[in-house]
Design a protein around this ligand. Structure first.
Ligand SMILES: NC(=O)c1ccc[n+]([C@@H]2O[C@H](COP(=O)([O-])OP(=O)(O)OC[C@H]3O[C@@H](n4cnc5c(N)ncnc54)[C@H](OP(=O)(O)O)[C@@H]3O)[C@@H](O)[C@H]2O)c1
Length: 257
């Protein structure tokens, strides 16, 4: 299993969950020291790679091939930058979001497909591609601009890929989480403003990276003929992008008892 975005948040939690369930994992991200710490703890193989750099992606795929191949890929690397209105946004921010969430996903997938095919053939089993998108790829919101556009694009690419691989034993799945409380996602999006970055999670029971990892790994462990096309995962407190309940969840009538 190759996991991108493995150095923090959902990717790191997914690596831990895969390892706990006995998978061989290759952890991919840019930050070497974080990968090394994860490797010391879990024994995974690591590859330092910027998914937006095509030469590095090709070298990563080559290394995976030479070290035993892979029957599964989880594209988790991604992120958001800014909460600007469309009319105020910076093309540089949008470019960054497209590069990592869309083009990175595409080149990692394309580079690893030959290995996935080879390993599937060798093991006589199916292969799995799991793309971590977002509910931001299913519903737009003000200030979502570039992130919405990038995750909608990642969603579209996932659907196209599934159609293009029809007839091969390669399933293409998508997991779209809502509010997940990870350490770095909103902090990076808000350019290091730690106080503002905590606000979305204030007084609401969000998903954890571990919650998402459980569902992601469960999907990858379904029998090879089962394809969960699109899994939408939200905290109970968030009934849509626009409806987040803050405070305790209370059974109706209980408050009057
Ligand atoms: N948190 C949420 O509420 C939420 C909700 C829905 C979907 N998501 C999506 O879930 C994924 C993980 O998010 P997270 O919350 O776990 O955030 P995170 O902790 O910021 O994780 C992002 C990961 O992507 C890696 N990454 C970023 N740019 C990269 C690049 N150019 N090349 C290689 N790796 C790169 C980062 O590692 P390095 O910096 O070491 O490269 C990091 O491991 C993202 O795709 C995000 O859009 C998050």
């Amino acid at each position: 299993m190759v996991v991108t975005g493995a150095s923090s948040g959902i990717g790191e939690a997914s690596v831990r969950e895969f390892v706990a369930r006995g998978w061989n994992v290759v952890a991919v991200a840019r930050r070497r020291e974080r990968l090394e710490a994860l490797a010391r703890e879990t024994g995974v193989m690591t590859i330092v790679c910027d998914v937006t750099n095509e030469a590095q992606v090709a070298a990563m795929a080559q290394q995976v091939r030479e070290t035993g191949g892979a029957t599964a890929l989880a594209n988790i690397a991604g992120g958001a930058l800014g909460v600007d209105r469309v009319e105020d946004a910076s093309n540089d921010d949008w470019r960054w979001m497209f590069e990592v969430n869309v083009l990175g996903l595409r080149s990692v997938t394309a580079s690893l497909l030959p290995t996935l095919r080879e390993s599937a053939r060798e093991h006589g089993a199916g292969a799995t591609i799991m793309n971590l998108t977002s509910t931001a790829g299913l519903a737009a919101y003000p200030g979502g601009g570039g992130y919405n556009a990038a995750k909608y694009a990642a969603h579209a690419v996932t659907e196209v890929l599934r159609l293009e691989l029809a007839g091969e034993p390669i399933r293409v799945m998508e997991l779209a989480p809502g509010l997940v409380h990870t350490e770095e996602f909103t902090l990076n999006r808000l350019r290091g403003d730690a106080e503002a970055a905590e606000k979305p999670y204030d007084n609401v029971e969000s998903l954890t990276a571990g919650d998402v990892a459980q569902v992601l790994v469960d999907a990858c462990e379904q029998p090879a003929h089962v394809n969960q096309d699109l899994i939408v995962l939200r905290p109970v407190a968030q009934s849509s992008v626009f409806h987040t309940h803050r405070g305790p969840l209370v059974v109706r009538g209980e408050d009057q008892a």
